[in-house]
Design a protein around this ligand. Structure first.
Ligand code: NAP
Length: 484
C-alpha cells in the first residue's frame, strides 16, 4: 500500500462510544511529516465537551465490561495481536510518516507494541487472589483483585504504538475501560489501532481515543472528575509532576513513566565491540528520542580512546534521511523545537570544552535532521549531562575507578535505566546493586521487553508497565473477612 492509500484509509475522527465523530466545534490538528515539514492529514481536535463525552462512554461501559469473562478479554487481545502482526507493514509506514523513524525501526516497534497484547492476553486469565486464616484462627481472609475502573491514558509521540499498547493491553486484561489521548504530533497510529480494536470486537465505550490541541483544558476536567479512577501517563517529568498535582484532589491511582538520563558505563574488562554495538542501540534507537536513550557515556580511561574511535566510525556510517527510504538508518527529529534544543545542547558542551569527533550540526534542506554526533572530553557541568538530549548525540566522559563511575552515573535526579558493559561477574553484581535506577542493562543496549517490568525511580516516575507487575497497576485489592 502506498503512502496516500494508507493515509486515505486511516481514521481521523474522535473515537467515542464505538463511533467515529468530528470535534464538536469542527476544529482539527494538522499532522506533519517531520522529514518534509508537509501536512500528512488533519485529525479532529477534541473540545472539553468531547473529552467529557469520552469519559461518559468509558464510565457507561465499565460495569458490563468488568463482568466479561477473563478468557474473552484475553481472546480479544490475542486477536488484536494477530491482526496488528498481519498489518505490520501498514502500522510501520504510518509511524514512519508521522514520527520519522526509519521503517525497520517502526517494524521493530510494531513487533514490540503488539507483543504487549499477546503478553496481557495470557495474563488476563491469571488474575488471582488469596485465601488465608487470621493469626488467631477466628477469621478467614478472602483476597480478590478487581478492575480499578475508568482510566485516563496520556501517551507521548516517540513510540506512537507501543506507549499505547502497554497501557491498553493490561487495562483490557484487567477489565478497565479507558480514554486515551495520544500526542498531537502522532495521533494517526493510535486512531488506526482504535479502529483495529473495534474490528476485533472490543465493545463500544471500552476504548475511547481523542486527540486534542487544547490539551491542558481538555484533560484537567477529566482528571478531576470523580468518576475517573486512574491516570496513567508517559511523557516528560515536568508535565508528569503537574498531572500528579491535579490528581491529588481525588487521590487517583496514578502511574508515571517519565523522563530519563541514562548512563552507559564501559568498564576496562568489557568486550569493546559488544559495547559499541550496545552503544549504537542504546543511543540511536529512535534517533535518540527515547526515555531509555543513553544520555551519558562513562568510559574507563584505559579503553576510552578505542571505544570513542570505534563508536564514531559506526556513527559516521549511519545514513540520515526520510525514514521511508530503504537504506536510511537515522530519520528526522520530531519538530523544529527538538532540533533547536539538540543544537543548543551541543553548542553549550562545545563552549565548555568538549571536542566534536563526528557530527555536531544539522543537515538536509527540509525536515529536522541532526547528524549522528560523538563528543569527547565533555565536562561535568555541560547541560547535556543533566538534561535529556533526545537526539543522536553521544557525549563521552572518562573515569578511573568503579566507585566514581557509579557515583557519576547516580548523579542525576532521574532514575529510569542504566547500562553497563563488563565481563566480570562480581562487578556486574556490585554495579547493578549500586545503581539507583529502575532498570539496568548488563551487556545489552536495550532493556524494553513486554515480559519485564518497565519503569523508573526518583524523578523518572513510579509504577511498572509490562511483566507480571504490569496488570497490577489496573487492579485493586479487596479483602473480605469471614467469621466461620
Ligand atoms: P510531553 O510534552 O510531556 O507530552 C506527553 C503527553 O502529555 C502528550 O500526549 C501531551 O499532549 C501531553 N500533555 C502535555 N501537556 C499536558 C497537560 N498540561 N495536561 C495533560 N497532558 C499534557 O512529552 P513528549 O515530548 O511527548 O515525550 C517525550 C518525553 O516522554 C521525554 O521526557 C521521555 O523521556 C518521556 N518518555 C518516557 C517514557 C517512559 O516509559 N518512562 C517513554 C517514552 C517517553 P500534546 O501532544 O497535546 O502536547
Amino acid at each position: 500500500m502506498n503512502e496516500q492509500e494508507l493515509l486515505g484509509k486511516t481514521p481521523t475522527g474522535l473515537f467515542i462510544g464505538g463511533e467515529w465523530r468530528s470535534s464538536s466545534d469542527g476544529a482539527t490538528i494538522d499532522v506533519e511529516d517531520p522529514a518534509t515539514g508537509k501536512t500528512l492529514a488533519s485529525v479532529a481536535s477534541a473540545t472539553v465537551e468531547d473529552g467529557k463525552a469520552a469519559l461518559d462512554a468509558a464510565v457507561a461501559a465499565q460495569d458490563e465490561w468488568s463482568r466479561v469473562p477473563p478468557r474473552e478479554r484475553g481472546e480479544l487481545l490475542r486477536s488484536a495481536f494477530e491482526l496488528i502482526t498481519e498489518r505490520a507493514d501498514e502500522f510501520a509506514l504510518l509511524m514512519t510518516l508521522e514520527m520519522g523513524k526509519p521503517l525497520a525501526q517502526s517494524k521493530g516497534e510494531v513487533t514490540y507494541g503488539a507483543e504487549f497484547f499477546r503478553w496481557f492476553s495470557e495474563e488476563a486469565v491469571r488474575i488471582a487472589g488469596r485465601w488465608s486464616t487470621s493469626p488467631d484462627g477466628k477469621a478467614r481472609f478472602m483476597t480478590m483483585k478487581q478492575p480499578v475502573g475508568p482510566t485516563l491514558m496520556i501517551t507521548p509521540w516517540n513510540f506512537p504504538l507501543a506507549m499505547g499498547t502497554r497501557k491498553i493491553g493490561p487495562a483490557i486484561a484487567a477489565g478497565c475501560t479507558m480514554v486515551l489521548k495520544p500526542a498531537q504530533q502522532t495521533p494517526l497510529t493510535m486512531l488506526a489501532l482504535a479502529d483495529l480494536l473495534h474490528e476485533v470486537g472490543v465493545p463500544k465505550g471500552v476504548l475511547n481515543v481523542i486527540a486534542t490541541s487544547n490539551t491542558g483544558d481538555v484533560m484537567e476536567p477529566l482528571i478531576t472528575d470523580p468518576r475517573l479512577r486512574k491516570l496513567t501517563f508517559t511523557g516528560s517529568t515536568p508535565v508528569g509532576k503537574s498531572l500528579v498535582k491535579q490528581s491529588a484532589d481525588q487521590l487517583l491511582r496514578v502511574s508515571m513513566e517519565l523522563g530519563g538520563n541514562a548512563p552507559f558505563l564501559v568498564f576496562p574488562d568489557a568486550d569493546l565491540d559488544a559495547a559499541v554495538d550496545g552503544a549504537m542501540l542504546a543511543k540511536m534507537r529512535n534517533m535518540g528520542e527515547a526515555c531509555t536513550a543513553a544520555n551519558r557515556f562513562l568510559v574507563h580511561e584505559d579503553v576510552a580512546d578505542e571505544f570513542a574511535a570505534k563508536f564514531a566510525a559506526r556513527m559516521e556510517a549511519e545514513v540520515v534521511g526520510r525514514g521511508t527510504e530503504t537504506d536510511v538508518t537515522v530519520g528526522p527529529l520530531i519538530d523544529q523545537k527538538a532540533l533547536d534544543k539538540v543544537g543548543e545542547l551541543v553548542d553549550d558542551a562545545r563552549k565548555r570544552g568538549a571536542s566534536v569527533v563526528t557530527g555536531g550540526e544539522t543537515t538536509g534542506d527540509a525536515g529536522y535532521f541532526f547528524k549522528p554526533t560523538v563528543l569527547t572530553d565533555v565536562p561535568a557541568d555541560a547541560d547535556l549531562t543533566r538534561e535529556e538530549i533526545f537526539g543522536p548525540v553521544a557525549p563521552i566522559t572518562t573515569f578511573s575507578e568503579d566507585d566514581k563511575a557509579v557515583a557519576m552515573a547516580n548523579d542525576t535526579e532521574y532514575g529510569l535505566v542504566a547500562y553497563a558493559y563488563t565481563t566480570d561477574l562480581g562487578r556486574t553484581i556490585r554495579v547493578s546493586e549500586a545503581l539507583h535506577f529502575g532498570m539496568v542493562g548488563i551487556n545489552q543496549g536495550i532493556v524494553s521487553n513486554p515480559a519485564a517490568p518497565f519503569g523508573g525511580v526518583k524523578q523518572s516516575g513510579f509504577g511498572r508497565e509490562g511483566g507480571p507487575e504490569g496488570i497490577d497497576e489496573y487492579l485493586s485489592v479487596k479483602y473480605v473477612g469471614i467469621a466461620p
